[in-house]
Design a protein around this ligand. Structure first.
Ligand SMILES: C[S@@+](CC[C@H](N)C(=O)[O-])C[C@H]1O[C@@H](n2cnc3c(N)ncnc32)[C@H](O)[C@@H]1O
Length: 304
């Protein structure tokens, strides 16, 4: 049987490590540990004077990341770096990480395969489960609360804005008529009936609605904005930020923020165009198809 840890394949791993320029003795912050695919490789390169600070707001992911990193550190023995894991949203990083103290910041947004594959987490319409979608299972409204309590207008707006779904009004009306909506399967059927797939569609008709609810429930875009604001303050001069996005709403925030920061003398943009996965990686790991990596280097003479 394949275990959760074996199934997960980190996206754009070599490219992320290369842009981070992990060196022996570096301090690296991984904002999105997930199953520690990227973090494990970082830890192997840090040496005994180095440090990894890892964040994940999903308590189950944090636990699995800890097990994985403990194992890697045990293999490394005396060569293992210090590892500090923090079970909070990465927007809280300034509360835990001193200004100007890290050499690299890595973020790999979105859901992990662990979250997607576990039906009870409610992220996927491929398996029927509770309509939850919270990464941080300790707090915040679930997707079920949102679809059952928001007004039709609010639902339509969020599906339009975060799902970039043109048929959002029709979908919102069908959801309100179908309440209470409690499972992913029920929601997927309501959406597919209200806005069936069109000939040219390559994705399931509920994909955009699910994306919208997930972004809303987890305040994902606010988190990314907070990170882009905090990163230059947490990095040492010449420190590097490496960000992997999975859809245009995420990537746009990163791209615009790096560009604006470059004008203000905060960033040197290292990726004129986003780095994407090659054919071989896409074949091995279909999730990498939509990944876009962008990187920036903090300019030396910046007062922030
Ligand atoms: C795509 S996975 C990361 C995979 C990881 N790079 C690996 O190779 O195993 C994203 C992870 O980030 C976490 N996450 C997403 N947004 C977060 C946030 N704002 N704060 C903390 N963790 C977050 C999710 O819970 C999930 O476990």
């Amino acid at each position: 049987m394949t275990s959760e840890k074996q199934r997960h394949v980190p996206v754009l791993l070599n490219e992320a490590i290369e842009y981070l320029q992990v060196r022996s003795g570096s301090a690296i912050m991984d904002c999105t540990l997930g199953l520690a695919g990227h973090a494990a490789e970082v830890v192997r390169q840090l040496g005994p004077a180095g440090k990894l600070i890892g964040f994940d707001r999903d308590p189950h992911a944090l636990q699995l990341a800890k097990e994985k990193l403990d194992q890697v550190c045990a293999e490394l023995g005396e060569q293992a770096p210090a590892v500090e894991l923090i079970g909070e949203a990465f927007s809280a990083a300034p509360l835990h990480v001193a200004p100007g103290s890290v050499d690299g910041v890595l973020a790999d947004f979105g859901v992990s395969s662990l979250q997607l594959d576990e039906a009870s987490r409610g992220f996927s319409f491929m398996a029927d489960g509770n309509l939850d979608m919270r990464m941080d299972t300790r707090r915040g409204p679930t997707a079920a609360q949102v679809v059952n309590e928001a007004s039709e207008r609010e639902l339509a707006d969020l599906i339009y804005e975060y799902g970039e779904e043109r048929r959002s009004r029709r979908i919102a009306r069908a959801i309100v008529r179908g309440r209470p909506v409690t499972t992913t399967g029920q929601l997927a059927r309501i959406v597919a009936t209200a806005a069936p797939a069109m000939k040219q569609d390559r994705i399931h008709p509920a994909t955009r609605t699910f994306q919208a609810l997930r972004i809303h429930v987890n305040r994902e875009l606010d988190e990314i904005k907070a990170l882009m604001e905090a990163a230059p303050k947490l990095l040492k001069p010449s420190g590097r930020l490496v960000v992997i996005s999975f859809h245009s709403l995420e990537d746009r925030i990163v791209k615009d923020s790096l560009r604006e920061g470059a004008h203000q003398g905060i960033w040197t943009v290292l990726t004129k165009k986003p780095v994407t996965a090659g054919e071989e990686e896409i074949e091995r790991n279909p999730r990498s198809r939509s990944a876009k990596l962008r990187a920036g280097k903090r300019k030396t003479a910046t007062s922030l």
